[in-house]
Design a binder for this molecule. Structure first.
Ligand code: ADP
Ligand code: MG
Length: 233
């Protein structure tokens, strides 16, 4: 079998120290292969966002390893870590929201600016991503003036502009009405199917989870079900 795109081995994450220590993840292990769509589900506070932040290299585990294509990411630091993250991942996170006073275009070019892409090429690629999301007519509008569904499409355009191999989405439809949420879901699964982008979604929407190839259920910081494998009780 090929190398997993992400391999998680006995990952633990604790917040705080001493009496205030809280184990948000208590030893999780699993592999994700390129092109999979994976739902991470579980109650609020179960550790879903903590796990996603570790997978996306936005935070480091207290112990255990997260490997990206066989490379232990614990060895990556500083600008190499930033470059890897920026080049490999796209983020559709609620807390990574748009800058309201900037235009949609300015928001979407941001990852390319960080990557050091030249201005002309930046604009060309941002317009292409906005066209893909049918949002190019809003490129010059202030992000604050978009509807919720348009904002989420702009967030997806920004996530795509770097041609990421992995798209991370944390409750991507949480703030949307069901019709708009459905459109956003269709876009995410279209990217997964047509472009082979690995999709990792945190959700407590079981319908969204059911559309994924695989469902990983977290309870109290541990995996209690993984539809891809038998989990020892
Ligand atoms: P979920 O996304 O499943 O709702 P989280 O991963 O956000 O859960 O949080 C898991 C647990 O870890 C929760 O009990 C939460 O309060 C705690 N937690 C998360 N982040 C921190 C932090 N920075 N400091 C202390 N505790 C935290
Ligand atoms: Mg969360």
């Amino acid at each position: 079998m090929s190398t997993p795109i992400i391999s998680v081995t006995d990952v633990r994450k604790s917040y705080g120290r001493g009496q205030n220590r809280f184990d948000a993840l208590s030893g999780v292990s699993f592999d994700i292969y390129e092109g999979e769509s994976v739902a991470i589900v579980g109650k609020s506070g179960s550790g879903k966002s903590t796990l996603m932040h570790l997978l996306a290299l936005l935070d480091a585990p207290t112990s255990g390893t997260v490997a990206l294509e066989g490379v232990d990411t614990g060895t990556l630091r500083g600008s190499r870590l930033n470059r890897t993250r920026n080049k490999t991942f796209g983020f559709v996170f609620q807390q990574f929201f748009l800058t309201g006073n900037d235009t949609v275009l300015e928001n979407v070019v941001l990852p390319l600016k960080i990557a050091g892409v030249r201005p002309g090429e930046r604009r060309r690629r941002a317009h292409a991503a906005l066209e893909q999301l049918e949002l190019d007519d809003k490129a010059r509008n202030k992000a604050a003036n978009l509807s919720c569904g348009q904002k989420q499409r702009a967030v997806i355009a920004r996530a795509l502009v770097n041609n990421p191999r992995i798209l991370f989405a944390d409750e991507p439809t949480g703030n949307l009405d069901s019709a708009t949420g459905g459109v956003v879901e269709d876009i995410l699964f279209g990217l997964n199917r047509e472009h082979g982008i690995t999709l990792i979604v945190v959700t407590h929407d079981e319908d969204l989870a059911a559309r994924c190839d695989r469902r990983i259920l977290i309870r109290d910081g541990a995996i209690v079900e993984d539809s891809a494998i038998e989990v020892a009780a």
